[in-house]
Design a protein around this ligand. Structure first.
Ligand SMILES: Nc1ncnc2c1ncn2[C@@H]1O[C@H](COP(=O)(O)OP(=O)(O)O)[C@@H](O)[C@H]1O
Ligand SMILES: [Mg+2]
Length: 261
């Protein structure tokens, strides 16, 4: 199962990604949670102790690794370097594990404008492709709304592209943007999870903006989730109700993937 989670900043991507990852881990799956958002904080939501979290170095900042694998200096643009660097050992050697979830933090790439090819970008793209197409574990990717780490082939290997939205026009606009970006790289279907729902109207508002079959489920606004963020705990450990709502979403996902295969 390969799951990519996107959406506007602040909608709850990291909260959802962390809880889903921990749930799969508790079910006995081997899970790699990928932090692919430049605003990386998935480790905190996964409940990593601060000293472990603080010790995380994103892959894109591992200069020695990047130059070793691509045979190029980091920070160089459009020079000669390997376009298919070795990455298959990276998940095993560079993940941090806690609560049964292995976390891989990708980091940001200053791409110097679109169309640019730099060693860091090539390595991350290749790594994402490996995680989605070759790695046997459950992979949950916490992404920003941009989905440029995923090339066409990789995107087609994703079992579920999930856009998290909240009951507001701005996050729905991001959903439409992701959908159109997704189409460009061959994504057939995106799913939507509505988060921070307070009432029936919130749900209906979101539903009225979606196409049939797109809604995977809803997560209610929950003070426990906010409190867990404030006290640096994993919402998975503190928010039973939210956990149940996410469980229902996970079960629906699993059902969909069975019926597709
Ligand atoms: N269902 C929810 N109920 C209440 N607060 C939530 C819920 N989901 C997320 N939040 C809060 O919203 C904020 C943004 O969530 P986060 O997961 O970091 O979003 P993103 O990763 O999309 O930027 C956090 O403070 C988080 O605790
Ligand atoms: Mg986030």
């Amino acid at each position: 199962m390969k799951i990519a989670i996107t959406g506007k900043g602040g909608v709850g991507k990291t909260t959802f990604s962390s809880m889903l990852s921990r749930m799969f881990a508790d079910d006995g799956y081997r899970v790699v949670a990928v932090d692919a958002d430049p605003d990386a904080n998935l480790g905190l939501a996964l409940g990593f102790p601060k000293e472990v979290y603080d010790s995380i170095v994103p892959i894109s900042e591992m200069k020695k690794l990047v130059s070793e694998r691509t045979a190029a200096e980091t920070g160089t643009f459009n020079k000669m370097f390997k376009l298919n660097p070795k990455v298959d050992d990276i998940p095993k050697n560079y993940c941090k594990e806690y609560n049964g979830v292995r976390l891989l933090t990708l980091g940001t790439v200053d791409s110097g404008g679109s169309g640019c090819v730099c060693p860091e970008h090539v390595l991350l793209k290749r790594l994402c492709s490996h995680l989605i197409l070759q790695n046997k574990d459950v992979v949950v990717m916490d992404m920003e709304a941009g989905i440029e780490h995923l090339g066409r082939g990789t995107a087609q290997g994703v079992d579920a592209f999930i856009v998290v939205v909240e009951p507001g026009e701005r996050s729905l606009q991001t959903y439409r943007k992701v959908k159109s970006l997704g189409k460009d790289i061959g994504v057939k279907q995106v799913f939507v999870v509505g988060n921070k729902i307070r009432n029936k109207e919130d749900k209906e508002f979101i539903m009225s903006n979606l196409e049939d079959g797109e809604a995977l489920g809803f997560i209610y606004y929950n003070q426990d989730v906010i409190d867990s963020d404030r006290s640096n705990k994993s919402p998975y450990d503190t928010s039973q109700e939210t956990r149940e709502q996410i469980e229902a979403i996970k079960n629906k996902l699993m059902g969909l993937s069975v019926s597709c295969n």
